[in-house]
Each structure stands twice: as structure tokens, then as C-alpha cells.
Design a protein around this ligand. Structure first.
Ligand SMILES: Cc1cc2nc3c(=O)[nH]c(=O)nc-3n(C[C@H](O)[C@H](O)[C@H](O)COP(=O)(O)OP(=O)(O)OC[C@H]3O[C@@H](n4cnc5c(N)ncnc54)[C@H](O)[C@@H]3O)c2cc1C
Length: 448
């Protein structure tokens, strides 16, 4: 098994070079860019995907590997239902084991009050005929071997899945390459070439690629890239810490979380763990710029975020990160090939303590890897999936808000249709650019 998460010390598997021209250029080799490239290539469209670091080395290999319908925004649900079907199909097509398993997702409630918070999603689940159900205290206890906490109950969706992100997204990229996508790692897109309001090409660090159509799927970097072209999106990123244990006895085969700890069994027999509680927001110019847009989210969960006065150098919203540059000079994207934040020591201690308290029979909890990721977030906790009105030929799929891995193949299929001018098959109104500027009230997605 590969070491995880991926980083810039991993070999370049897709060296390029980029071609002189391509029907579509995709900026960003995370799950969203890769899945979109794959679906376009299957329709015989020439696609070049440029990735400044390595495929999936940012969020798309750093996530927990949950593929969940449970707790989703009602407007995302049809796309994630499709994504679950696509994951199974693509896992077959990849011909590699990506660790896909239908082992369920469970949210644990410590109190009746916590349990009551699930009622909103139960209504949505019923409308969409999901297999989600509430469990009482003793049904919950039976799901986990030797668990010490007596929960008030739980919400479970047995058809939800898991996969190993660091295997799955690179495997999808290899499949895309076999379908004809030109993938170029270590290749930052520096700027769009725009003439008379329409895209004519993309300036990359390896030269210009002529194209009429670009998808920005740059995860935490999308806002920095778009702002250079006069497009402002209220995207911020928060740091989240993760740990992977060595193989342990099987106490639960799926994924579960309470307010203190989240855990998911991996294919190698270890557990991927994360602390409950708050994420860390580094304050920078964008955080100031978009502070008011985030007020509803902050008020709904005032303890959900902690703050640090400045991000490390070269992060997307660092004080010193340039906001403008020329296509023939080094851009901020090359200065940070892979955003690889340090995990938080207190978060790791909390994970170890809380997981051990739940399952004392496991003894000492040894970690084989620890890491963090920057989650790109939107103020209403749902992404932007849209074409940009201001620049002809520009599409954006970003701001997956901490749940883009599971829905990735669904978003990829939808964006491929959007780019081709086809009916995307789902109502994308909720994900439009203009929701932040057209006077409509911000509608918060679920923070479940
Ligand atoms: C700790 C953690 C846990 C999570 N857990 C889950 C989970 O269990 N389930 C779930 O569904 N989701 C989860 N997520 C969220 C999920 O990982 C993300 O929503 C998803 O991976 C986002 O995919 P993406 O393609 O939009 O962005 P990314 O994976 O971040 O990829 C964007 C890529 O674009 C590249 N890029 C940016 N700018 C440029 C440029 N100018 N030129 C070239 N390349 C560029 C970057 O290098 C990066 O590789 C989690 C995230 C984290 C961090």
C-alpha cells in the first residue's frame, strides 16, 4: 500500500508536457477535476488537466474516506446518490482495488438533544427513499464491539460507503489518462488568457495551452486564481487534523462519529481518526473581506471555529501571498506545490484519548501516520458548480465544504454535461455563483 496522504515527495506519475491546444483545460487534480476530466474524455473531448503538485495530494488524499448520503444538503442529495452508483461503476472500470466498501455511516447522539438534531435529515431521507434510520440506545450499542459509552441513540445509513482516498483518486486519474486525458503534474496554471471577454487559452508554467473552455477545480486555491480575473468568491479554508492507526481488532467496519471523535475502518485494518470540536481558520485578507458573509454560519455554530492571526507563508490566504502576478513569472501556485499543514498536537492527543476511552480493550492507540488538510469552505456549506457569467468559457466547481470526496464522481459527471451544454440532470440553482450577490438570503446547509 502507498504511504498516505500523498505529498510532493511522491514521484511524478504524469509528467506531461502539456499540449499546445486542448478542447478543455482543467485546473486542479483533486477528485473534482479528475472526475470531470474522465467523463469528458469518455465523450471524446480532448482534455488537459494541469496539477501544480501531485494528483490528489491536497484534500483529495487527506480526507477521511467517507462516502455519505447521510447528513447532506437536500439539493446535493440527488448528486451524491448518483455519485454512489458511479463509485461502484468506476471502481470496476479502474480495475484496481480502491477500498470501496458499503459499510455504512453512523452519527452517534450523546443526548436526546443530539438525537433531535437528526430529525431534519430524517425528513429529507424519507423524501429521497434513503435507507437512513434512527437507532435507540441498545441498537446503537450492538453496532460496536466493546464500546463503553452508552449513547442516547444514533442515525445510520447502511448503504453509505467508504474508500481509500489516496488509492481512489489516483486510480481515477490513471483511468482518465487511459481514456485520453493529458494529465500534467508539477504544472501550475498561472492565468487565463482572455480576449474580448472569452477564454482563448491558459498560461501554465510550462507554456500556453490554447483552449476555449476552462474548469477551475482548484480546491483551496480557486478563490486566489479567480480573483486575479476579477471574480470574487467567498471561499475560505480551515485546517483539520487526522490520524491513522496501525491495524487494530475490528470494532466496527464502517464510519462513525460522536461529538468527540470520528473513526472509519480502513482496508488495511487500521482506523482513520479525527477529533471532534472546532477547525482552525487562519485570518488573512480574504477572511476579512468575506467576514460578513460568514456571520450566519458563525452564529449557528459559534464554537465551531478557532482563529489564528496569520497563515504560514505561501498559503492561499497568507498576508504575504501576492494577489497579482504575470503569466511569465512564478505564481503563488508554484510556490506551494502541495498544501501540507502540520497536524495539531492537541487534536492528536484528543483523538487518542477519546478513541481509547470508547474502546479500552484496544489498549494503546498507535498512529502510523498523522496529517492535516485545509478544507475549502463556503459560507452556506455547499459548493459553487456553475459557469462564470463574466468570462465566456469559464466554469467553476469548488468549495466542496468538507464533503467533496464522496460526491466527487457525481459532480464530475454534472460538470462534464454543463461544459458540453447538456442538461446536467439535477437542479443546480443552489450552487450558482450569483447566490452571494443577487440579494437572496443565505441558506445554510447542514453542518452534520
Ligand atoms: C481532513 C479532511 C477530511 C475530509 N473528509 C471527507 C470525507 O470523509 N468525505 C468527503 O466526502 N469529503 C471529505 N473531505 C473533503 C474532501 O476531501 C474535499 O471536499 C475534496 O477532496 C475536494 O476536492 P477538490 O478536487 O475540489 O479539491 P482538492 O482535492 O483540494 O484538489 C484541488 C487541486 O487543485 C490544485 N491546484 C490549485 N490551484 C492550481 C493551479 N493554479 N494550477 C494547478 N493546480 C492547481 C491543487 O494542488 C489541488 O491538488 C475532507 C477534507 C479534509 C481536508
Amino acid at each position: 500500500m502507498l504511504s498516505f496522504p500523498l505529498s510532493e515527495t511522491d514521484p511524478v506519475l504524469h509528467p506531461g508536457p502539456p499540449p499546445k491546444g486542448s478542447d478543455v483545460v482543467i485546473i486542479g487534480g483533486g477528485v473534482i477535476g479528475v472526475a470531470t476530466a474522465l467523463f469528458l474524455a469518455k465523450r471524446n473531448i480532448s482534455v488537459t488537466l494541469v496539477e501544480k503538485g501531485r494528483i490528489a495530494a491536497e484534500q483529495s488524499s487527506r480526507n477521511w474516506g467517507w462516502i455519505r448520503k447521510q447528513g447532506r444538503d437536500a439539493d446535493e442529495l440527488p448528486i451524491v446518490v448518483e455519485a454512489c452508483r458511479l463509485w461502484k461503476q468506476l471502481a470496476e472500470e479502474c480495475g484496481e482495488d480502491i477500498g470501496l466498501a458499503q459499510t455504512g455511516v453512523t452519527y452517534l447522539a450523546r443526548s436526546e438533544k443530539d438525537l433531535a438534531k437528526f430529525s431534519g435529515f430524517m425528513k429529507i431521507a424519507t423524501e429521497h427513499a434513503l435507507d437512513t434510520r434512527l437507532l435507540d440506545s441498545s441498537e446503537t450499542a450492538k453496532l460496536f464491539t466493546g464500546i463503553t459509552q452508552r449513547y442516547a441513540g444514533a442515525m445510520i445509513t447502511p448503504s453509505d460507503m467508504r474508500a481509500e482516498p489516496w488509492l481512489a483518486v489516483p486510480a481515477l486519474a490513471r483511468l482518465a489518462a487511459r481514456c485520453g486525458v493529458t494529465i500534467v503534474e508539477n504544472c501550475a496554471a498561472r492565468a487565463l488568457d482572455v480576449s474580448a471577454g472569452r477564454i482563448t487559452g491558459v498560461w501554465t508554467e510550462a507554456g500556453r495551452v490554447a483552449t476555449s473552455t476552462v474548469l477551475v477545480a482548484g480546491g483551496a486555491w480557486s478563490s486566489l486564481f479567480l480573483r486575479k480575473h476579477g471574480i470574487s468568491i467567498p471561499q475560505l479554508s480551515v485546517r483539520a487534523t487526522v490520524a491513522a492507526t496501525v491495524p487494530l481488532p475490528d470494532i466496527h467496519s464502517g464510519a462513525a462519529a460522536d461529538s468527540n471523535v470520528a473513526f472509519r475502518r480502513r482496508q488495511d485494518g487500521g482506523y482513520t481518526l479525527a477529533p471532534g470540536g472546532s477547525s482552525l481558520l487562519y485570518i488573512g485578507p480574504d477572511a476579512f473581506r468575506h467576514a460578513t458573509t460568514y456571520l450566519p454560519a458563525l452564529m449557528a455554530n459559534p464554537l465551531g471555529t478557532r482563529y489564528a492571526p496569520a497563515a504560514p507563508a505561501s498559503y492561499p490566504d497568507s498576508w504575504s501571498t501576492p494577489r497579482d502576478w504575470q503569466p511569465d513569472t512564478i505564481s503563488p501556485f508554484e510556490k506551494m506545490r502541495v498544501l501540507n499543514p502540520a497536524p495539531e498536537a492537541s487534536g492528536l492527543r484528543s483523538i487518542e484519548h477519546n478513541f481509547k476511552a470508547l474502546f479500552p480493550q484496544l489498549g494503546s492507540i498507535l498512529f502510523k501516520a498523522t496529517w492535516a488538510g485545509m478544507i475549502d469552505a463556503m459560507p452556506d456549506v455547499v459548493p459553487i458548480i456553475d459557469r462564470a457569467a463574466a468570462i465566456g468559457g469559464l466554469f467553476v466547481a469548488t468549495g466542496m465544504s468538507g464533503h467533496g470526496f464522496g460526491i466527487g464522481p457525481g459532480v464530475g459527471r454534472v460538470v462534464a454535461d454543463l461544459i458540453q451544454g447538456n442538461d446536467p440532470g439535477h437542479d443546480l440553482q443552489r450552487f450558482r455563483f450569483s447566490r452571494f450577490s443577487d440579494g437572496s438570503a443565505l441558506r445554510l446547509g447542514p453542518a452534520l
